[in-house]
Write a protein that binds this ligand. Structure first.
Ligand SMILES: [Ca+2]
Ligand SMILES: [Ca+2]
Ligand SMILES: [Ca+2]
Length: 257
């Protein structure tokens, strides 16, 4: 891409910068090469970590780096693998989080062989993203809840850092949730993926141990849809999160004007 095309709309901001510098969205001057380097590099440069801010119309919302899946600049919507603003794999109850409640719903639909009857065609239940539904999905979900990495399976590891995403359900603390999931894994990991007896054992553990469990199997197409993730309120963009670390070295200061 030609440099002059990459830095779009340069000069529109009425800020005097030294020669070789350009003003960012906040009117701070930075060396031109910062713009070549940061605009459209796949990282959202909204001054969260580095001091430069390219998340405005003048820089095409950092050439799209800071747009959400609906195209809104700095918008809250995320695509976790089952569509923009839809619950992603592992979030079977569509509440935006991943915990043992989701494991219960998953185990129920695996046992009933009806995960694909859900409104999303079984996308949320296919936690190992192989197109099928069996004990391996239970293993994958239990493991990713234990390691706070369920959204990362679909390349959305930033979402894994959102506040409360791995909170256990009401009435259960994190220690007990961990213990229950480890018990589930101790059976599931060595089981034939289609073994109904093992699936039943897992369900028994969950039903005994999880308070206020919900046994509804999966959302049906005729049922009311749970609210999209970002309209629940309380969901915020992750703070100070990068997909990589250390790629840029120390953060320089804006140039003096
Ligand atoms: Ca960028
Ligand atoms: Ca959930
Ligand atoms: Ca699967």
């Amino acid at each position: 891409m030609a440099i002059n095309n990459k830095i779009r709309n340069r000069g529109r901001l009425s800020v005097d910068c030294p020669d070789g510098a350009i003003a960012d969205c906040d009117g701070n001057c930075f060396p031109e090469y910062w713009f070549y380097t940061y605009q459209g590099d796949g990282w959202c440069d909204d001054r969260t970590l580095d001091p430069i801010n390219l998340a405005c119309a003048e820089f095409d919302c950092d050439s799209g780096d800071c747009r959400d899946c609906f195209g809104e600049c700095l918008g809250p919507a995320v695509d976790l693998g089952c569509g923009c603003n839809e619950p992603g794999p592992g979030d079977l109850n569509g509440d935006g989080g991943f915990n043992v409640q989701d494991v219960i719903i998953l185990t129920n639909c695996v046992m009933a062989d009806n995960c694909s009857d859900a409104e999303d065609g079984g996308c949320a239940a296919d936690t190992n993203v192989d197109g099928g539904w069996n004990i391996m999905d239970i293993v994958s979900l239990a493991n990713c809840v234990l390691t706070n990495s369920c959204a990362g399976i679909n390349g959305n590891s930033e979402y894994d850092l959102y506040e409360g995403v791995y909170a256990p359900p009401p009435g259960l603390n994190a220690v007990d949730q961990k213990r229950i999931l480890e018990r589930v894994l101790s059976i599931a990991q060595n089981a034939n993926p289609y073994d109904k007896q093992k699936q039943g054992e897992i369900l028994n553990i969950l039903e005994r141990e999880v308070p206020g469990r919900k046994t509804r199997p999966v959302r049906k197409q005729t049922g009311g849809r749970t609210q999209p993730v970002s309209r629940r309120g309380g969901r915020v963009r992750p703070k100070a999160v990068r997909r990589q670390t250390g790629g840029r070295g120390g953060a320089p200061k804006p140039w003096n004007r």
